[in-house]
Each structure stands twice: as C-alpha cells, then as structure tokens.
Design a protein around this ligand. Structure first.
Ligand SMILES: [Cu+2]
Length: 273
C-alpha cells in the first residue's frame, strides 16, 4: 500500500551522504516478523570491515525486568500505547485463545491436539515445542564444557518444569565481554523461564542468551522460518519435516493459501581451490 513515497529496492548513496528510511508496516515489516534482520553494505571489502549490523525486532515490551537481552530498555511510542504486551511464561498460555490475524488457536493443558477443530485445540507441549529447537543435551553431555565442546546444533538443553518451559542453563564459562547472566537478572549456571507473547502465543524474541563458544542451535527439522511458520503438519496431524505449505499458518503465512511452488534440484561439485 503506497501511502507516503515510492517503493524502492535500491538507493545509491555516496560518502558523507545520509538517507532516512521509513519501513512499511513498522519495524518487523509487513510480515510482522520478530527476529534479527542482518543488514549490510553490498561492497565485500566494506562488509568484512564492519559495515553491517543487526536490526533486532522484539515482539514484547522491552521494559526493565522484562527484557530479552542486555540492550537499553525502550519506551512505548506515544501513538502506539498498549499495542505491545509484556511477556508471560508458558504455563500462563494455558486456556488462552491466541489470534494470528483472524486464525485462532486455543492452548490446552491436557488431552490431544486437534488441528481440525475451530479454533484448533493445541496442547501446551505441542505449542511450545514446535517453536523451539528440539530439547536434548548437546553431545549427550550434561556439563557445560562438554555441551560446548560437542559442537552440536541439533538440540538445546531446554526443559519442562511442569507446564513451564525453562531455558538451557545460563553460562558460567569464559569471559564474555558482551554478556553476563547477572546483567539480565539471571543467575549463572541456572535456568530461567522462556517467555511468550500472550496475544499470539509466539516465543518472545530473542529466546536464547549468549553462550560464548557454543554452536548456535538449529530450529527443529531445519525449519527455515521457525518463528513465522511453526505449523507444518502431515495429513494425520503429526509434525511434518517439510517447510510449511502456503497458507498453512493462516493469514500470517509467508505464502498465501493456494500459492504455487516450484522445486529445484541443486547440484554441488567439489573443486580444489
Ligand atoms: Cu560500504
């Protein structure tokens, strides 16, 4: 929707020039995506020299005591008061009906998930685990150093405490100049509750804290869009290992319902350099 100016893909600027950008649909753009956007100069010598950054988009209020990272707290914009909520822990999602632009889900404590009901009834355990990396111990190790040395991206050591999803343990090893658990009110070596946005039920971004030297985990099943397209089902309702189908996540899907798709084979040839 054009409201202010022409849409552009590329804008060339030279040294000492500045340009002000205003994105469509707010910080998460029109996908309403929370996450980390990598932005960078397209000149190779420039981006390797540091001309890049992360554009972090939160989905919960970043006010003292409820922040997802160690960045400065942020005040609500005066014309958008009340639109962004404070987070809840997973047990507080039970009984809630969450709304994804009109597609609704009720999160239940017990019983079986029923995707076909209206709204869909999804157990808390299914709801949370489809969003996160598979739970487990990296390298099948219990200790922090063993998990770090395992270089295992398939699982992270998050756990359930009843209906409360808890993070992996906060780091104790190494001197990370950019992060200490205490800075965020967490305790080194202990777990903390994973937070969720209450109106959508989606995990509050970012849900991991830095662990110096540890390999970043993959989403479950290598899902390319774990935050936007967490629902990927087989016909029998079990979790698929394929990416979500067009429209499968309702109006919040990356591709609209009935969008066509084309598969391509990619061939790799090993060459000495
Ligand atoms: Cu540059």
């Amino acid at each position: 929707v054009r409201t202010k100016s022409d849409r552009v893909d590329v804008e060339v600027i030279g040294p000492a020039e500045a340009l002000e950008l205003e994105t469509e649909c707010g910080s998460g753009l029109c996908q309403w995506l929370a996450g980390d956007f990598l932005f960078h100069c397209h000149v190779a010598h420039h981006y390797v020299a540091g001309m890049w950054g992360y554009w972090r988009v939160y989905n919960t209020l970043q006010v003292p005591g409820m922040q997802n990272d160690v960045m400065p707290a942020m005040r609500e914009l005066p014309d958008r008061i009340g639109r962004i909520h404070t987070p809840v822990t997973s047990d507080q999602l039970i009984g809630k009906t969450v709304n994804w632009f009109g597609k609704k889900f009720t999160i239940t404590e017990k019983g079986k998930t029923n995707w076909k009901s209206e709204p869909a009834q999804v157990t808390l355990k299914d709801w949370v685990s489809m969003q996160l990396t598979n739970p487990g111990k990296p390298g099948h190790k219990d200790d922090e150093l063993g998990q770090l040395m395992a270089y295992d991206a398939t699982v992270i050591d998050w756990v359930w405490d009843g209906n409360k999803a808890l993070s992996e343990k906060e780091p104790t090893l190494g001197e990370n100049p950019k992060y200490k658990a205490e800075w965020q009110g967490y305790k080194a070596g202990e777990r903390r509750a994973i937070w969720f946005e209450p109106s959508t039920g989606k995990v509050a971004w970012p849900w991991l804290t830095p662990h110096f030297g540890k390999r970043p985990p993959r989403p479950n099943d290598h899902n390319g869009a774990p935050w936007l397209e967490m629902i990927r089902l087989n016909d029998d309702g079990s979790r698929s290992v394929e990416p979500a189908r067009p429209g499968e996540n309702g109006p919040w899907s990356l591709c609209p319902d009935r969008a066509g798709s084309q598969k391509y084979n990619v061939h790799f040839v090993k060459l000495p350099i």
